[in-house]
Design a protein around this ligand. Sequence first.
Ligand code: ACO
Length: 431
Amino acid sequence: MAETTKTAKLTIDGNSYDLAMYAPTDGPEVIDIRKLYAQAGVFTYDPGFTSTAACDSTITYIDGEAGVLLHRGYPIDQLAKQSHYLEVCYLLLYGELPSAAQLEEFETLVTRHTMIHEQMHNFFRGFRRDAHPMATMVGVVGAMSAFYHDSTDINDEHQREVASIRLIAKMPTIAAMAYKYSIGQPFVYPRNDLDYASNFLRMCFSVPAEEYEVNPILARAMDRIFTLHADHEQNASTSTVRLASSSGANPFACIAAGIACLWGPAHGGANQACLEMLREIGTPDRIPEFIERAKDKNDPFRLMGFGHRVYKNFDPRAKVMKESADEVLELLGIENNPTLQVAKELERVALEDPYFAEKKLYPNVDFYSGIILDAMGFPTSMFTPIFALARTVGWVSQWKEQLADPQLKIGRPRQLYLGAAARNYVDIETR
Ligand code: ACO
């Protein structure tokens, strides 16, 4: 816990209450209201947690006004360009960049845990053949608690470590299997001679009838997408994982809860929704019509891939993702793709429009990731599962951090009750 820096004073009906304040490494100071109810008998009201720090953390820092994202202090653009996903996983999990020997050991460990229990294949087969891969992932990851009993004791540090590695290692296999099942193709087993991203591409695109050659530029782009989605502080799905875990739930159940939350179109589902929107717009001449709809208070339509709860500036991940998109599209020779034309023009028009400028709505990471994934050959239904597999390390790191925190309490928000006051039951005949 941080040092107390100063005290805030709250006065209610002439009574004053002193509230401790803490200074973070960076970012706004925090007022400690934990004892407020006990002392003053009042709750605070903050739907959507726009002003509430639910925990302290040393993993990720975001300055939304400046467009800064740091993992353990390292800027995301440096990590995306100079590091790679498994090294970033190590950094998030253990707090420091690994030595060469530590990295090799970690990569070997992850690589050796990529297969899933053979009996789990039956779970996949129980889903409708056209199930959305996210639906399958929520179910299968939750079902891991029925298979890996030796890593569900959250009070055993070794078991926590084993569960973390299993989740990070097996998630690409599960996501690829969910995809293969949804298109009626046989499952492809992981291969230990391939790196994390190449292995995933091969498990998605290889078929027994034909070997799949992994293009190193596409593997690099895939790895970068994983890196850019690895963690993002206390977002909705991470907070879901922490809340689920606060009751002592097992790690597989907690991560399944995170996947379920990520699925929503306001969160991880935005990449799928964004590409579908770009396709619906179809041609640049229809952009003004959609911009007007996004600005219309009476129309629920929003520009998907625009806006962010925390970033009130360019999403720093979006900048790197945009560069990656250019690289991949050039490699695949699809620079004139109509969806891309619409995306570029939409970005230009929206950034020049006073509505978006005033509300500080900039393209977020999902605006560009969908374009890359589409060019790579993934259907839109796979966009969010790819986000989920990449975010697993973030969820796991935050889950581990929470369990090691001596201040851990079950998450139990309060409410502002506006329902009926106490009243007597009325018999049905007299209502
Ligand atoms: N298009 C049009 N208007 C928007 C958009 C948008 N994409 N996003 C926000 N606004 C407007 C709102 O209507 C609101 O206007 P008002 O002040 O006149 O009422 C204002 O901007 C603030 O928006 P809020 O919804 O209050 O902001 P909040 O922080 O709650 O929402 C969110 C953030 C959910 C990301 C929102 O911007 C959105 O729905 N964006 C589209 C979905 C999306 O791309 N999500 C991905 C997020 S990134 C991620 O999960 C990786």
